[in-house]
Design a binder for this molecule. Structure first.
Ligand code: T3D
Length: 263
């Protein structure tokens, strides 16, 4: 049977493609398991220095597969969504945040529900002009998950976050770029080349410092400035002892390209 997550390498860049195009790559438990495995494998492999997540066909990801047998009601006639969140969406959101390399979302088509928050939980989100983002949860009586409650207000502020989450309206990629929800909106035909070029650039950069930058931003979001400055000092001290810092400075002084390797 066809894998639900396709894996393809271009040198140090690994692309993971969600592969249930007939259902707009919506999540079943099996696709979750394969994505977890694929992210774990990419994280474990030193040769992978950037990850791209995209979708097969005309959609990026339509969130939870609402027809998944895993969504069937239990003995009491109710669906245990909490169990699905604990088992699948929470680990996914945390996994993205703990990746040792940058993760780029290449949003090729509609990103709805948890699919939108998967895209927004990546480090850099680039979307095709024809794509869109939908916080679809309110339409079925739920709240934003897969990190949405944490991510949305931080990305675009409370008023826009609530506007998006309460209405469940479709936000076109261009508008998503304009309000700072995503990094960039590009022409459809340029999406994968743009993402691949950026991914290759990031792959040549000091991966460890890039991952620690994300870690520091996430931690600082909960801190006052004194605490953030203390954290910066600690992390910078650690990075200052690494190969990549010495290499970066040496390459600058010798006017040559650096060869980074820390992860
Ligand atoms: O366990 C839990 O429930 C908790 C977790 C929750 C996390 C969540 O993600 S909740 C939100 C779930 N997602 C949605 O509510 C989105 C549902 N989908 C849509 O609203 C629309 O499909 C889109 C706006 C995303 C796209 O619309 P459109 O017109 O471009 O495409 P379409 O015709 O609706 O969909 C194409 C096919 O994909 C269609 O199948 P068919 O009729 O051709 O056989 C459709 O049923 C299927 N599909 C789309 N989304 C889902 C789906 N099948 C299952 N689950 C989906 N989420």
């Amino acid at each position: 049977t066809e894998p639900l997550v396709l894996v393809a390498d271009a040198g140090p860049v690994r692309t993971l493609t969600l592969n249930r195009p007939a259902a707009l790559n919506s999540f079943t438990s099996q696709m979750h398991a394969q994505l977890r495995e694929a992210l774990d494998a990419a994280a474990a492999l030193e040769s992978v220095r950037t990850v791209i997540i995209t979708g097969a066909g005309r959609g990026f990801c339509a969130g939870q597969d609402l027809n998944d047998p895993g969504m069937a009601p239990g003995d009491d006639g109710k669906v245990d969504i909490g169990a699905v969140i604990e088992a699948n969406y929470k680990p996914l959101a945390l996994r993205l945040r703990a990746m040792p390399v940058p993760v780029i979302a290449a949003v090729n088509g509609v990103a709805a529900g948890a699919g939108a928050n998967l895209a927004l939980g990546c480090d850099i989100t680039i979307a095709a002009r024809s794509s869109s983002f939908i916080q679809a949860f309110s339409k079925i009586g739920l709240i934003p998950d897969c990190g949405g409650t944490w991510l949305l207000p931080r990305l675009v502020g409370r008023s826009r976050a609530l506007g998006l989450a309460l209405t469940g309206d479709k936000l076109p990629a261009e508008q998503a770029e304009r309000i700072g929800l995503i990094w960039q909106c590009v022409d459809d035909a340029a999406l994968m080349d743009t993402c691949q070029a950026l991914a290759q650039r990031l792959a040549a950069m000091p991966s460890k410092a890039l991952a620690v930058t994300r870690q520091a931003f996430d931690a600082a979001a909960e801190m006052d400035m004194d605490q953030a400055l203390a954290l910066e000092a600690r992390l910078q001290r650690d990075l200052g002892r690494q190969h990549d810092f010495a290499e970066g400075v040496a390459a600058f002084q010798q006017k040559r390209a650096p060869q980074f390797k820390d992860r």
